[in-house]
Design a protein. Structure first.
Length: 423
């Protein structure tokens, strides 16, 4: 098995990155078609790409790429599970850096509207309410957790055929949790603002008793016999898990083994990724909130596309134990909600060390809804907000045309090479 990044690096080092050759050669080398790269593969790829390669270079490529494959084969023989951390830990705390470590009680908004209104006759009228409002309705016993759970389960079933945001409904678990929540609240035991709220988990979070597919073909039936730390913490907060939601295959994009997850407001668009399902389901009013993950844009991008409020926490604030690892030094887990305060309520429940993810720092997130924003100082990168100069604007306009011309030329070379082979 070849690693694509190192494969491309080797081709780039030989000056071939800007040609069709690496892509063609990579496609030929994928199993079950082949177990290793051969000289004939390189020659075929070179013909298609119309790139001359000397015999000396062919030998160098063979040696370098196939040596990589041997190394990866030895690693895969170890059968290391996803939960095994690398020997080196990325520490985001720079020398001399200080941060607040003392956790304080949250200061949340009054949620006046929820407190002063009665429950609607049709619970679907609450589908797009904020988590803060829903939590207040449950706290004051105007709405039951069971009622909200059944309403959101019904919406998930109704809209999933169009939006394709559900991998697995956790219906049995959810209804049992909701029943327990209502009994606790009736007995005067209230756990906090998330108590009784139905939520959805990106399907890279392990959940005992349910499959965790990572959105990828080949993992459709994968069962991980544990609950991720975030799942445990939201269980403790009294939140009700109603669904495992889609992600692009292995946390890339919005295409998974069941199709393309859609933007609820424009179903001709994918919802972006890789937290495609959480953003789509939250925006469509099918969960009170959801949990996504971000390595490089996977919370912010689908949130922007679908019109949600996404929060990508600082690296080292939320433990990733039980989540699929894409990049140990970049992965982050965070909430996707309908309001800023909803994100704060969820982050408060999931932050902090768990004793297993060693990258998590003892930093504290303390929410105060009444904070005077005028007392804050906000830093920003000025150049990123300045209008482009006329020269830069002209260059930006020319770039797409140039790119199209390059693609056209590449296509012409490819067709010519095919004609030569046929002749």
């Amino acid at each position: 098995m070849l690693d694509r990044r190192n494969f491309m690096k080797t081709c780039s080092g030989m000056g071939l990155a800007g040609t069709l050759l690496p892509g063609v050669l990579w496609a030929q080398a994928q199993p079950p078609a082949a177990k290793k790269i051969t000289k004939e593969m390189i020659e075929n790829a070179a013909a298609i790409a119309d790139v001359p390669i000397s015999e000396e270079y062919k030998e160098m490529m063979l040696e370098s790429l196939n040596d990589q494959a041997k190394g990866y084969e030895e690693i895969f023989k170890l059968h290391m599970p996803n939960s095994v951390e690398p020997a080196l830990i990325f520490d985001p705390v720079l020398p001399g850096m200080k941060f607040e470590t003392g956790r304080k009680p949250m200061r949340i908004s009054r949620a006046a509207n929820a407190a002063s209104t009665s429950a609607p006759k049709n619970l679907e009228d609450l589908a797009f309410a904020s988590a803060r409002e829903l939590g207040e309705l449950i706290r004051t016993k105007k709405v039951s957790s069971a009622g909200l759970t059944e309403m959101y389960l019904g919406r998930l079933k109704k809209y999933d055929p169009t939006l394709k945001f559900v991998v697995t409904l956790t219906e049995e678990r959810a209804l049992a949790q909701a029943k327990q929540v209502d009994a606790e609240i009736a007995a005067g035991k209230y756990r906090g603002p998330l108590h009784g709220l139905p939520w959805g988990a990106k399907d890279l979070l392990a959940t005992k008793g349910y499959r965790t597919t990572w959105g990828a073909g080949g993992f459709e039936s994968q069962m991980i016999d544990e609950d991720a730390t975030i799942v445990k913490r939201l269980d403790k907060a009294g939140a009700v898990l109603v669904a495992k939601l889609t992600l692009g295959a292995l946390a890339l994009g919005d295409v998974w083994f069941g199709g393309v997850t859609r933007n609820p407001w424009n179903t001709n668009q994918g919802s972006s990724g890789s937290s495609a399902g959480p953003a789509s389901a939250t925006a469509a009013g099918c969960v009170a909130f959801s949990i996504g993950s971000e390595t490089l844009g996977s919370i912010s991008s689908p949130s922007a596309r679908c019109g949600c409020t996404g929060l990508r926490p600082s690296f080292g604030l939320v433990p990733r134990t039980g989540a699929m690892a894409l990049s140990w030094s970049m992965d982050k887990l965070g909430p996707i909600c309908r309001t800023v305060e909803d994100c704060a309520l969820v982050l408060d429940a999931i932050q902090g060390r768990d004793g297993m993810d060693r990258t998590v720092q003892p930093a504290a997130f303390n929410w105060d809804a009444n904070l005077d924003l005028r007392k804050l100082r906000v830093g920003y990168l000025k150049v990123a907000f300045e209008p482009l100069s006329e020269t830069a604007q002209d260059a930006a306009k020319e770039e797409p045309a140039k790119s199209q011309e390059e693609q056209k030329n590449a296509g012409n070379r490819k067709n010519a090479a095919r004609q030569r082979r046929r002749g």
